[in-house]
Design a protein around this ligand. Structure first.
Ligand SMILES: C[S@@+](CC[C@H](N)C(=O)[O-])C[C@H]1O[C@@H](n2cnc3c(N)ncnc32)[C@H](O)[C@@H]1O
Length: 265
């Protein structure tokens, strides 16, 4: 997406056209997330995570996070809360949804939060030691454009933590098979009848039992969201090569359905 702000531009490397359709898709996602915000921070889980100094998405220990840190598409601040609880203070979070930013503000003390677009933020080149963008790019019209934006605002020798849906994974088939039917159920406003079934399904998919709030958040994120795209590992490796970056490590979460990459600029 070509977007002029100050003296820099973000180019859509997918279409090179005047991306009016991109704006429409970003707006659709924004309206959708305002209505169905993502999962809120889990303080108890965070405490356990910090106590064990577990790996962040299987990529990086919490104490290895250098500052300043930005999360692009921070949602309600699930990861930012974890970073704050582990002692980080120079943190920025942006998200397209004003409602989610409002919820995140209730949980967060040090993080600077604002509404912003992953396809063109206001930040200068080479601004952050760590740029996190987890589970966001695949909900935008130009995932590659989001990746490029992460690279642009990351400092040289800084790190990018990037997570994206994998093609031909469990989530991929699940989405293809069920998204239309779940959308229909919600359109007919009969979703509550299906809650027990959906809970069982998520127990199978994610290994834990969801309460109604979590169920709604998962269902909306998985099936109702207006924009969902899937990629192969080769696609992302190619983006890394084309941007002249170094892949440090990669792993998977959510039953191999989400690929995670730790990349050095
Ligand atoms: C699945 S949630 C992930 C939230 C957070 N990264 C996490 O893992 O808890 C996806 C988030 O991406 C945000 N998002 C989608 N399109 C965006 C865009 N163009 N710019 C910024 N944020 C966007 C949504 O509002 C939503 O909060």
């Amino acid at each position: 997406m070509e977007r002029k702000t100050g003296n820099w531009k973000v180019l859509c490397t997918e279409c090179y056209n005047e991306p009016i359709s991109h704006k429409t898709e970003v707006m659709k996602e924004m309206i959708f997330r305002d209505k169905y915000p993502f999962i809120e921070p889990d303080i108890e889980a965070n405490k356990r995570f910090i106590q064990n100094n577990e790996l962040f998405l299987g990529l990086l220990h919490l104490k290895e996070f250098k500052e300043p840190i930005i999360e692009i598409g921070c949602g309600t601040g699930k990861y930012l809360k974890l970073l704050e609880m582990s002692g980080k203070k120079k943190i920025v979070g942006i998200d397209i949804s004003k409602n989610e930013i409002g919820i995140a503000k209730k949980y967060l003390k040090y993080s600077k939060l604002e509404q912003g677009n992953a396809l063109g933020s206001r930040f200068k080149h080479n601004s952050f030691e760590i740029v996190m963008c987890c589970g966001v790019a695949h909900h935008t019209p130009s995932p590659r454009g989001v990746f490029n934006e992460c690279v642009r605002i990351c400092k040289y020798n800084g790190r990018i933590v990037f997570a994206i849906y994998r093609k031909h994974s469990l989530y991929y088939w699940d989405y293809l098979l069920f998204n239309r039917i779940v959308k229909l159920i919600f359109k007919m406003k009969i979703e509550k009848i299906f809650y027990p079934l959906l809970k069982l399904w998520f127990l199978f998919l994610d290994g834990n039992w969801a309460d109604n709030k979590l169920l709604l958040s998962k269902t909306s994120d998985r099936y109702l969201t207006p924009v969902v795209k899937f990629f192969s590992e080769e696609d992302i490796l190619w983006w890394i090569i084309e941007n002249d970056l170094k892949l440090i490590t990669k792993s998977s979460i959510c039953r191999d359905s989400v690929m995670t990459f730790l990349i050095e600029k």
